[in-house]
Design a binder for this molecule. Sequence first.
Ligand SMILES: Cc1cc2nc3c(=O)[nH]c(=O)nc-3n(C[C@H](O)[C@H](O)[C@H](O)COP(=O)(O)OP(=O)(O)OC[C@H]3O[C@@H](n4cnc5c(N)ncnc54)[C@H](O)[C@@H]3O)c2cc1C
Ligand SMILES: NC(=O)c1ccc[n+]([C@@H]2O[C@H](COP(=O)([O-])OP(=O)(O)OC[C@H]3O[C@@H](n4cnc5c(N)ncnc54)[C@H](O)[C@@H]3O)[C@@H](O)[C@H]2O)c1
Length: 464
Amino acid sequence: MNEYDLLVIGSGPSGQRAAVAAVKRGKRVALIEMRDVVGGVCINTGTIPSKTMREAVLHLSGYNYRSVYGMNYRVKEKITMADLAFRVQHVIKTEVDVTEAQLSRNGVEVLTGIASFEDPTHVRVTSSRGASVYAAENILIAVGTKPAASAKVPINGRTIIDSDQILDLPELPKTLIVVGGGVIGVEYTCMFSALGVRVTLIEKRPKLLEFADQEIVEALSYHLRDTRVTMRTGEEVESVEEMPDGSVVANLESKKRISGNALLYAVGRQGNVSELNLPAAGIEADSRGRIPVDKDFRTKQAHIYAVGDVIGFPSLASVSMEQGRIAVARMFNDESVHTNPSVYPYGIYTIPEISFIGKTEEQLTDEDVPYEVGVAYYREIARGQIRGDTTGRLKLIFHRQNKQLLGVHIIGEGAAELVHIGQAVMTLGGTVDYFIETVFNYPTLAECYKAAAFNGINRLSRFE
Ligand SMILES: Cc1cc2nc3c(=O)[nH]c(=O)nc-3n(C[C@H](O)[C@H](O)[C@H](O)COP(=O)(O)OP(=O)(O)OC[C@H]3O[C@@H](n4cnc5c(N)ncnc54)[C@H](O)[C@@H]3O)c2cc1C
Ligand SMILES: NC(=O)c1ccc[n+]([C@@H]2O[C@H](COP(=O)([O-])OP(=O)(O)OC[C@H]3O[C@@H](n4cnc5c(N)ncnc54)[C@H](O)[C@@H]3O)[C@@H](O)[C@H]2O)c1
């Protein structure tokens, strides 16, 4: 009874997707989860809570309508952490229910407890009710990550928190220090500054979000400064102290000291491998708990696969699900299932939102690819005026000779949805002419594609 075709460890997006995909292939599958609820970091502490909190912030602060009704426009005057938590808890509960129903409808057995390897084909599951050992032909490690910690940063869950503890903040602080200008740090900086919190963002690299197109990052930096965020790039936090008056101080390597009412420590994440007893399976993780895999997500052991955040970059819920789907196809010898990482999108839920696909101008310059750009500004599009977003922009990058679309970079309302139009064109090998020859609904933000294409083609025509 305790034998399966596939044992999945972890119920985040990669584990869930893999478990259901294997059942659809007629396999007997169990999914092991150590929390009381399924959904992983994605539903319980990361993606869903942060995106719901952002929506609550935008709604309650009236942020999107300030350009129309004035800077003092608010939907609710005194916004509390309880207001934000209320909406977040509602969405978490619904998403957990949906996921549980999906797993049970498909016949995935969920085992609650901590998984650890006995040997390469047996996994022990330990819970408060005792321990059982399960055998499987294939095992998928989908254990995700936890926030990186430092002995010099005394996380206390009240004034010094990591990104899993945002909703534990007892009240909105007047001032907040955010350590780490990665996606997590920047997204929360935007949310808190939209609520009127004075945020200091400290990032050790010279630039924020180095993987994004720098013109877009500069536009975001303008917005951050405009909402009174103090940015300290090129500065590293060495230690953090709680002061007797309850405030917090970040000590920088440069000997500066920065004080605030609270501090969010978001300097990256660490693979959840400590409970797994990986040596018993003959597998090793690196110093950040990441498990090495080949292109088919196989570890050193041919029947053990790893997917999702525990294998490292890009650590996105969207990509984690896709990795789960591909790994399952390969473990059951199906080579007919394909994926194309060059058209995986990025959605960064800053305020304003950023989304992109394909190459950045910096990458194309390094690769000596002859390209041209076309830009459309939301303020020139009727829907931009109607929505009250007059600062958004959409940039197309295309090949100068064959006009093939090479990249789409958007900052502004709806960016993460809009990018998928460009994704479809890129996936099908289309050119910017597609946007010129296509009729878009009016008035929509999608019209930005047409305006940007005309702009780019006009630039090209100067050389004819
Ligand atoms: C604040 C934040 C915001 C984010 N926003 C976005 C976003 O907007 N878009 C996006 O695409 N991605 C986002 N991400 C990233 C996204 O959440 C992750 O990429 C995704 O959750 C990874 O999925 P996973 O399946 O690898 O693992 P996880 O979701 O981390 O789930 C792993 C599960 O494994 C369980 N587990 C671990 N060890 C064991 C064990 N030994 N036994 C049993 N169970 C175990 C854990 O309890 C957990 O439930 C965000 C992340 C954070 C932290
Ligand atoms: N919208 C999204 O897709 C989304 C949102 C949130 C998180 N995520 C995922 O979660 C993962 C983790 O995000 P993250 O932001 O924690 O990690 P990260 O690794 O992306 O960023 C951490 C940042 O902290 C900086 N840093 C490290 N130590 C520092 C120090 N002592 N002082 C100052 N700065 C320091 C690093 O230079 C880095 O820029 C990411 O890989 C991301 O893909 C995705």
